[in-house]
Ligand binder design. Structure first.
Ligand code: NAD
Length: 374
């Protein structure tokens, strides 16, 4: 098999779907030719020579795109799609919630595997790109917040007097939120956090943060809040109103607010209204990690820092791309682990196990058609 790794071309995308480490492992069987587009790793600090040293051939974009298996970070653009070979296997973040994007991949005649739909089962953890990248986003959100905030994060006792620790509130405590707590803690902040899912409370407290409770009015609300498959579900408006009230009060005293709340396949829930932003302290910083899905914060704008009454709202997209080398390293390992499902470790032969739960969940198109979601 020829495995191709093109350079990512979407604006701001610095990651690459393979690294010298994963190329070396894929090349080890001697059964596969690895073709990396010239310059594919440069934005992740990987020179072509390192790919070459690991066993890849450096080639043109056309050669990388016409491989039997194409490894991507982001789904192909309209310009990239026609370059793919019909019948090829395409692996990446194919944006499966966007029906038009999936239809376009189907039209290109590829077997498309959307890594966003990896099931959250133990066996798939080593392939879980959403987790590996959300972890980075949570870290970077705190670093950006600290950099944008005009004061210290830790409490300091100096000869010139005492500096108070920053108060940080994290809303949405999945993978990104947990890493945001851990990172803010290392910087010495005082942290509170909240989520719709009640199971998160213990995790928040074990990281040394205070849980902000939004009570459930009845069993039905509690049941919805438990979510499904590790993911949240939309909460009833009554709970959302109660949450808005609790969070409004907390926001009056916080210095940094990081929001990460997401519901798969839906617009991000709006957790912070304009009046809550208006009630925050001047100099406070908000980082809205959900900005690409419409944002958790009223007034956040994609790839901008906007100021509202002295409060800065950061709406940068794709934070993992700002930690490109590590984001690529983890993403590439996830992809390698996904490919391992189809590679016989003894012979190096490649055969996609169609009945595998992970393959079934991620295959979005095949033989020119969209695969219906069961
Ligand atoms: P996500 O990115 O889909 O959402 C982020 C967080 O937003 C979630 O914790 C969600 O509950 C929260 N949220 C949604 N609506 C909210 C609202 N209105 N108010 C407050 N919070 C809201 O989630 P994620 O980071 O991908 O992970 C979710 C869970 O799945 C985590 O608990 C994680 O540990 C678990 N997980 C399990 C596995 C596995 O078992 N293989 C792998 C990865 C993640």
């Amino acid at each position: 098999m020829i495995i191709g790794i093109p350079r990512e071309t979407r604006a701001g995308e610095t990651r690459v779907a393979a690294t010298p480490e994963t190329i070396k492992k894929l090349a080890a069987s001697g059964k596969h030719a690895l073709v990396v587009e010239a310059g594919a790793g440069l934005a992740s600090s990987i020179p072509d020579a390192e790919f070459q040293g690991a066993g890849a051939r450096i080639a043109s974009a056309d050669e990388a795109f016409t491989a039997d298996i194409v490894l991507k970070v982001r789904g192909p653009t309209a310009e990239e799609l026609p370059r793919l070979k019909r019948g090829a296997m395409l692996v990446g973040l194919l944006n499966p919630f966007d029906a038009a994007a999936v239809q376009a991949c189907a039209g290109a005649g590829v077997s498309g595997f959307a890594l966003e739909w990896l099931p959250r089962i133990t066996r798939a953890q080593s392939m879980d790109v959403l987790s590996s990248q959300a972890n980075i986003a949570g870290y970077k959100a705190v670093i950006i917040a600290a950099n944008t905030y005009g004061r210290f994060m830790p409490m300091l006792m100096t000869a010139a007097g005492t500096v108070k620790a920053a108060r940080v509130l994290i809303l949405g405590v999945g993978v990104a939120g947990l890493q945001a707590i851990a990172t803010a803690k290392r910087l010495g902040a005082v942290i509170e956090a909240s989520d719709v899912r009640p199971s998160v409370k213990d995790q928040v407290e074990s990281l040394g943060a205070k849980w902000v409770d939004v009570p459930y009015a009845n069993d039905e609300e509690r049941k919805i809040a438990e979510g499904v498959g590790g993911y949240a579900r939309p909460m009833p408006p009554e709970w959302m109103a109660r949450q808005a009230q609790v969070i409004h009060e907390r926001c009056k005293s916080v210095d940094i607010l990081i929001t990460t709340a997401l519901i798969p396949g839906r617009p991000a829930p709006k957790l912070i209204k304009a009046e809550t932003v208006a009630a925050m302290k001047p100099g406070a910083v908000i980082v809205d990690l959900a900005v690409e899905q419409g944002g958790n914060v009223e007034g956040s704008e994609l790839d901008k820092i906007v100021s509202r009454n002295g409060v800065k709202i950061v709406g940068f997209a794709n934070l993992p791309a700002q930690v490109a080398a590590d984001a690529s390293a983890l993403y590439a390992r996830n992809v390698l682990n996904f490919l391992a499902l189809s590679l016989n470790p003894k012979t190096g032969e490649f055969a996609v196990p169609k009945d595998d739960e992970i393959i079934k969940a991620t295959l979005v198109c095949e033989n020119g058609s969209v695969v219906p979601r069961s």
